[in-house]
Design a protein around this ligand. Structure first.
Ligand SMILES: Nc1ncnc2c1ncn2[C@@H]1O[C@H](COP(=O)(O)OP(=O)(O)O)[C@@H](O)[C@H]1O
Ligand SMILES: [Mg+2]
Length: 461
């Protein structure tokens, strides 16, 4: 770390002088102010790493200066200088956000140790913020690949939402469609980017653990609670909480979540104090929440809260235009990672990709390319390095994959449905009766009988 900068705000000339001498000797850059207003100005101009701030100043109080500095930079590290024995004031300043306090007259060695500790915090924070800025390069708008109409619309929406004040966002889509990615981009492209992004998967943990992860707990809240622990909601203050697989959250936890969203405060488990937080909640699910609400698995009021801004990520099979672009993107990614120079995918591979239905969506495509790249020594990814399910895939599987027919509220005409299915099977099989029959698990005769019934074949005379 380069020379740390320390701002001293104190009206006692002798004390300023002595700090300047002592701390400069330690290799710090020391700047001093005599009054509160001047201290504030210097803080803004110089952005010191640490501020030593006297509580008693001739113009405005040190507490006032502390509050203003914290408003400007909530991470500012401020060590208060208080009168001997004035514990009440000291505690008050800690509550406002002072890092620590020293009592006058203070011991210079102790102060140096305290400064050393504070500087460790500063350098840790710098590391964290460097790490975050690396992440923000990885999770920028440009990392969402796709030129299909659907993806262009989503890109535009993500841009608007990230920079907005929206407090809740709901991401829906099958597994592997990019919900995680979009959640991170929304965070790292927002004004919250230098605050934490915290995520939790609601499926992975049992209910009691989820609650203690989210809300934290007070010491003694339950048998194992030996120390106070902050939860995600508290740690993510100013940032984003990503609740993955929200549909799996238990109803009682859902109720608590709704309260946080509405009141912007919560209590730690076993706690009485309300803690206020400024959060953005991004929730994701691959389930149909409307159905979950209908089945009483999901609170309707929470659903309406979350879906104020819904983002629906399309399945890859619904935007086949993007398959090449994504494939190219992943080939480049793994070229870098494996130090290879694969140019792209072969024509045959492209054909197989386009024909396949990608149940695992983009994640599956990425995995397929990663595997092929490990094996490939040619310029282009050849079909021989693709998994059999992609090579041997034919539309027959589509029938098995498609959602079972559900009956609309007004009922339906089963003959109509049958006619439609026969027609679809014939279309897919290009009017090859044997193949069409296979798609419907019928014998060829049974198919022909139905084709006649629905007028696809001249009736027997
Ligand atoms: N539009 C996209 N452009 C580039 N990569 C994507 C895109 N969508 C998803 N991915 C990548 O696909 C993989 C799966 O995405 P993920 O966000 O984890 O999906 P989900 O959370 O919906 O299951 C990740 O490696 C992700 O980076
Ligand atoms: Mg995910």
């Amino acid at each position: 770390m380069e020379k740390a900068k320390i701002l001293v705000v104190d009206d006692e000339k002798l004390l300023r002088w002595s700090l300047q001498q002592n701390l400069s000797k330690e290799g710090f850059t020391v700047i001093t102010a005599e009054k509160g207003m001047q201290g504030l100005e210097l803080f803004s101009e110089e952005q010191p790493d640490i501020t030593l701030l006297d509580v008693h100043l001739p113009d405005i109080s040190g507490i006032n200066v502390l509050e203003n500095i914290k408003k400007e930079n909530r991470d500012a590290i401020i060590i208060m200088v208080t009168a001997f024995g004035d514990i009440q004031t000291a505690v008050k300043t800690i509550k406002i956000g002072a890092y620590d306090f020293v009592e006058k007259p203070f011991n210079m060695d102790k102060l140096k140790i305290l400064i050393g500790k504070a500087l460790e915090t500063v350098s840790l924070r710098k590391e964290v913020s460097q790490f975050r800025s690396q992440l923000s390069k990885k999770y920028g708008f440009t990392n969402i690949i796709g030129k299909s109409d659907e993806m262009l619309k989503i890109g535009e929406l993500v841009r608007k939402v990230a920079r907005s004040d929206a407090a809740t966002i709901l991401l829906q889509g099958e597994s592997g469609t990019g919900k995680d990615l979009v959640a991170k981009v929304i965070h790292y492209e927002s004004g919250r980017a230098d605050r934490p992004f915290m995520d939790i998967n609601c499926t992975a943990l049992p209910e009691t653990l989820i609650e203690s992860e989210l809300f934290g707990f007070e010491k003694g809240a339950f048998t194992d609670a030996k120390n106070m622990k902050k939860g995600l909601f508290e740690l993510a203050d100013g940032g984003t909480v990503f609740l993955d697989e929200i549909a799996d959250m238990k109803l009682s936890t859902q109720a608590k979540l709704l309260k946080i969203i509405e009141n912007k405060t919560f209590k730690r488990i076993g706690g009485v104090k309300d803690i206020s937080v400024d959060l953005r909640i991004v929730a994701a699910t691959n389930k149909n929440l409307v159905e979950e609400v209908r089945n009483d698995n999901f609170r309707e009021d929470l659903y309406y809260r979350l879906k104020v801004i819904p983002i629906m990520l399309p399945a890859l099979r619904e935007r086949r235009d993007d398959i090449f672009l994504l494939a190219k993107y992943f080939v480049e990614e793994f070229n870098r990672e494996f130090k290879k120079t694969v140019k792209g995918i072969s024509k045959e591979t492209a054909k197989a990709f386009l024909n396949y239905h990608w149940p695992g969506n983009i994640r599956e495509l990425r995995n397929v390319i990663e595997r092929a790249m490990i094996l490939e020594n040619e310029d282009y990814i050849l079909p021989e390095h693709l998994p059999v399910e992609i090579l041997s895939f034919d539309a027959k599987h589509l029938g098995a994959e498609a959602a079972p027919v559900s009956i609309p509220p007004g009922g339906l005409d089963i003959e109509e449905v049958e006619r439609e299915l026969i027609k679809q099977a014939l279309d897919i099989a290009k009017w090859n009766q044997t193949r069409a029959a296979r798609l419907l698990n019928l014998t060829r005769d049974a198919l022909r009988y139905r084709m006649q019934k629905f007028g696809f074949l001249p009736a027997k005379t």
